[in-house]
Design a protein around this ligand. Structure first.
Ligand code: NAI
Ligand code: MG
Length: 497
């Protein structure tokens, strides 16, 4: 039975309760300007909540709260901070199903295949970083025998975090958990498409953390994100989203000379050599393209270079596999594939599909649109596997962020790598081969921050993750992200004579 009929936890009720609120200084508050915007369920287009539309005055209040909370938060022993952040993770574990349903409601991501997976990672990220608190170590420098010389890692201060809608809870967790453990206080600006689940995460964190240590605002980019980046008391910006917005933020941060971490898009290649295990590679493409998330992933395998000896069989097997996937009500257990997040993204994706056909590509459509009439207006797109696209097509060069991939013929490793690297992006790549030498050559020559051989794991809390070229600046996840991106190093010399 569809959950349109019988919602188990009633995420709609929860969504209504979370309406019209920021979380500032430990309390839910309405936006000062009194403005709100609709949050819609992209499968039915029903309005499920009214989110607070934050503006400069709300940013001022949130940053002031974060600044006030800074002194006592950074003065806590690191392990005490870690324990509190880990406790947030444990509480979040107890709310996983509710969070999964809420994120499925606002983003249209299928509950079973996507939203629950995200809710799991969120709790884990808080627990992982909570345990790393005592790793905030400095160094001893052998400068002079009479002078004790050390480096100390200190928090930056108030961190502004701007997040997108595709995996909003997870991306928020990877920013705020390390920032908080390192002794910073935080102001988050959520994405306008997905303000609810992240607000609920913060409400749960609020049971544990002191007021003002973290604050969350909803609102639009220029009106709410802009003032946050520009605020004189914000000492660091961490952002995930588009290249275009990343550049705007980077310019604004340059005016204040503050550090930024940017996690931008990708056009991640997958290379399948003639000695690859075909079945495994096809499964890898199914997860790699993130068909279950309608391809809305920054690491989506959106270009697949397959050796000519396997190409046709690969295309046929991939299409058959995606044909077997069920598209439908995101909250229904039977659903494999949910919706695109918004009308804007829906139109953008359809535009790319039309463009690819105009460029001479053959578009193989897979799976089926849902038949339930209540879903007839939803932003469902049938997955598209392109073949025979020219490498110059915008579908090969630009990030589509939809359920669209291109399977391109290659005849050698050199050709595959040359084409894979011919991109402004450099986020992730995979190579599929049974030859260790080929694998190592791929790892060495592919221009990407994250390369995998014969597998396609998603982001892990303990592995550094981040792109090169226009895919971004800096790393997220792992101890490295906390040390390099949320602390500053101070050098101290103590003259002992
Ligand atoms: P976006 O980059 O415009 O939005 C991401 C976040 O930045 C949102 O919270 C938004 O409100 C905020 N923002 C927008 N303009 C801002 C500004 N001037 N100052 C401060 N904050 C601002 O991305 P959008 O419009 O949601 O999606 C467009 C494309 O971006 C997608 O089609 C996809 O290609 C890419 N994208 C990549 C993501 C990734 O994971 N790397 C995530 C989301 C989008
Ligand atoms: Mg935008």
């Amino acid at each position: 039975m569809s959950t349109l009929d019988t919602p188990a936890l009633d995420p709609r009720k929860l969504a209504r309760r979370l309406s019209n609120k920021h979380l500032i200084d430990g309390s839910f508050v309405a936006p000062q300007g009194g403005k709100t915007f609709d949050v819609i369920h992209p499968a039915t287009l029903e309005v499920v909540a009214q989110a607070a539309a934050g503006e400069a005055a709300d940013v001022d209040a949130a940053v002031a709260a974060a600044k006030r909370a800074q002194a006592s938060w950074r003065a806590l022993p690191a392990r005490e901070r870690g324990k509190l952040v880990a406790e947030c993770g444990r509480r979040l574990e107890g709310h996983k199903e509710e969070l999964a349903q809420l994120v499925a409601l606002e983003t249209g991501k299928a509950l079973r295949t996507e939203s629950r997976v995200e809710a799991n990672v969120v709790a884990d990220a808080f627990i992982f970083y909570g345990g790393l608190a005592s790793e905030l170590k400095g160094e001893h420098v052998p400068f002079h025998p009479d002078m004790l010389t050390v480096t100390i890692r200190e928090p930056i201060g108030v961190v502004g975090a701007i997040i997108p809608w595709n995996v909003p809870m997870m991306l928020m967790a990877f920013k705020i958990a390390p920032a908080l453990v390192a002794g910073n206080t935080v102001v988050v600006k959520s994405a306008e498409e997905a303000p609810l689940a992240v607000l609920r995460v913060c409400e749960i964190m609020n049971e544990v953390l002191p007021p003002g240590v973290f604050n969350i605002l909803s609102g639009f980019g220029p009106e709410c994100g802009g003032p946050l980046v520009a605020h004189p008391d914000v000492g660091k910006i961490t952002f995930t989203g588009s290249v275009e917005t990343g550049k705007i933020i980077s310019r604004a941060a340059a005016e204040k000379l503050i550090p930024v971490t940017l996690e931008l898009g990708g056009k991640s290649p997958m290379i399948v050599m003639d000695d690859a295990d075909l079945e495994r590679a096809v499964e890898g493409a199914v997860t790699g393209v993130r068909f279950t998330r309608q391809g809305q992933s920054c690491t989506a395998a959106s270009r697949i270079y397959v050796h000519e000896s396997l190409h046709d069989r690969f295309v046929e097997a991939l299409k058959a596999r995606v044909d077997g996937m069920v598209m439908g009500d995101p909250l229904d257990e039977a659903t494999d594939i949910g919706t695109i997040v918004s009308e804007q993204q829906y139109e953008k994706v359809l535009g790319y599909i039309t463009q690819g056909q105009a460029d001479g590509g053959t578009a193989l459509e897979a799976s089926r649109l849902p038949e339930d009439s209540r879903l007839s207006k939803g932003y469902f797109v049938r997955p598209v596997i392109f073949t025979d696209l020219p490498e110059t097509s915008r579908c090969i060069q630009e990030e589509i962020f939809g359920p669209v991939t291109a399977v391109q013929r290659i005849s050698s490793l050199d050709e595959a790598i040359e084409k894979a690297n011919d991109s402004v992006y450099g986020l992730a790549a995979t190579i599929w081969t049974s030859n260790l030498k080929t694998a190592m050559e791929g790892v060495r020559r592919l221009e990407a921050g994250f390369v995998q051989v014969n597998q396609n794991l998603v982001v892990q809390p303990n592995l550094s993750y981040g792109g090169i070229k226009q895919s971004g600046l800096g790393k997220e996840a792992s101890l490295e992200a906390m040390l390099e991106h949320f602390t500053v190093k101070k050098t101290a010399i103590i003259n002992m004579t």
